[in-house]
Ligand binder design. Structure first.
Ligand SMILES: Cc1ncc(COP(=O)(O)O)c(C=O)c1O
Length: 401
């Protein structure tokens, strides 16, 4: 892969619309024949090259066993990988520790956040990920805090999202900690993280950011978001092997997160002691160098994000005003990415409609529940999706509306 990186937003937009370029990208993936996949939100495919590299590392680690791992991986190579990740994120290496997934990262941060006193309040919204919501509710039982749950207005706007948090902060002066999801898995709505985090800071509220769906498809600077704590995975829009994630903790705030289960291996000021102990998927970690170099070669998050949002625009533009269809995710460019949800308004059961999309039109999607705006169908293109595929999706939505 030897693509040249576009310099900015305009060239990213141009590349996003270049079907020949994306046909070339698509050829880098092995795709099993079958339904047209519009559920690329679960996890990303590895490219053939990443898969091959992963298989080579797997074979090598399996044959060299602890001789390599103890002498080289644990002592040197794991640090090179961590430094590469930090460089990609534009933050100091001391602010990241690799984990096994976003859930593990976020639950670790929530469980080990040590600034809560009984009687404090913590905040979640209907758009947060279920395992994050339940981890925050766990705090009620185990730290004696009160959980404040808010629902976002529908349809959401930039102002409504900010207002929801502003109102919650004003109404609940004992709030100390909140969860915030950069891209919600329910509707793909993108939260104005920087603005919300600034409001939270003014109220002395810490934010734990769920970046699971943001990394690799949103162009953001982690150090500038204004959050001190965040959890991510690497298998979605980065296309890394399954089983990898990481925590981010701003250096000056490390003391607010306890070492995991009283870790005794690392110094108190070392973030590595904040990651849960266990033998990781070493071959997968070794593959990250390749993953990051491919990510950079394609043009990084700005290009990937522009492509996914372009494909999303193609279908949303066609069905936004269609009778019988409600697109739940707004068109404000600050608030959406490649993932967008819709609802067939004349049909009560959206799960049934995902079945019909599959059976009658060969299109694979997923139903999503849990947001206050109601059940929906999530549509997520991927890097193998073409404009022609989107046209097929549009026709299917029209037919079922
Ligand atoms: C918003 C969000 N948060 C967290 C997660 C959990 O990620 P993981 O599967 O890496 O634990 C997901 C997974 O889909 C997600 O969409």
């Amino acid at each position: 892969m030897t693509h040249v990186q576009p310099a900015g937003k305009d060239s990213a937009l141009e590349r996003a619309q270049d079907e020949a370029f994306w046909r070339g990208v698509a050829r880098q993936y092995e795709v099993e024949p079958g339904p047209l996949n519009f559920e690329h939100g679960y996890f990303g495919r590895m490219t053939r090259e990443v898969l091959r590299t992963y298989e080579q590392h797997l074979a090598y680690v399996n044959s060299s066993n602890s001789v390599y791992v103890r002498q080289r991986f644990d002592t040197e190579d794991s640090e090179v990988i961590r430094a590469d990740l930090a460089e990609l994120l534009g933050i100091p290496r001391q602010e990241v520790a690799l984990t096994r997934c976003a859930s593990e990262s976020l639950q670790t941060l929530i469980r080990n956040y040590n600034e809560l006193q009984p009687g404090d309040q913590v905040l979640i919204s209907d758009l947060d990920y279920s395992s994050v919501q339940s981890a925050m509710r766990w705090l009620a039982k185990n730290r004696g805090v009160e959980v404040i749950e808010i629902s976002h207005a529908h349809p959401a706007s930039y102002e409504s999202l900010l207002d929801a948090y502003r109102d919650a902060f004003a109404a609940h002066p004992r709030l100390k900690l909140m969860a915030l999801t950069h891209v919600t898995h329910r509707t793909g709505l993108v939260m104005p993280v920087q603005a919300i985090a600034a409001q939270a800071k003014a109220h002395g509220i810490d934010v734990i950011l769920d970046g699971a769906h943001a990394l690799g498809q949103l162009d953001f600077s982690l150090g500038e978001l204004g959050v001190a704590f965040a959890g991510f995975n690497l298998q979605k829009w980065m296309g890394a092997p399954l089983s990898l994630g990481f925590i981010y903790v701003k250096q000056q705030r490390l003391s607010s997160i306890d070492p995991d289960m009283g870790d005794a291996r690392y110094a108190p000021d070392d973030i590595l002691g904040r990651a849960p102990y266990g033998t990781p998927n070493i071959p997968a970690l070794m593959t990250l160098t390749k993953v990051f170099s491919e990510h950079r070669a394609i043009g990084g998050s700005i290009v990937k994000g522009a492509r996914l949002a372009y494909l999303r625009d193609l279908w949303v533009r066609e069905v936004r005003n269609l009778q019988g269809v409600e697109v739940l995710t707004p068109d404000d460019p600050r608030l959406y990415c490649g993932i967008t949800s819709l609802r067939f308004t004349r049909h009560a059961d959206q799960s049934l409609m995902t079945r019909r999309l599959l059976d009658e039109h060969g299109i694979f999607t997923v139903a999503r529940n849990g947001s206050a705006c109601g059940p929906c169908i999530r549509i997520t293109p991927g890097f193998v999706t073409s404009a022609d595929d989107v046209a097929r999706l549009t026709e299917a939505i029209r037919a079922l509306a």
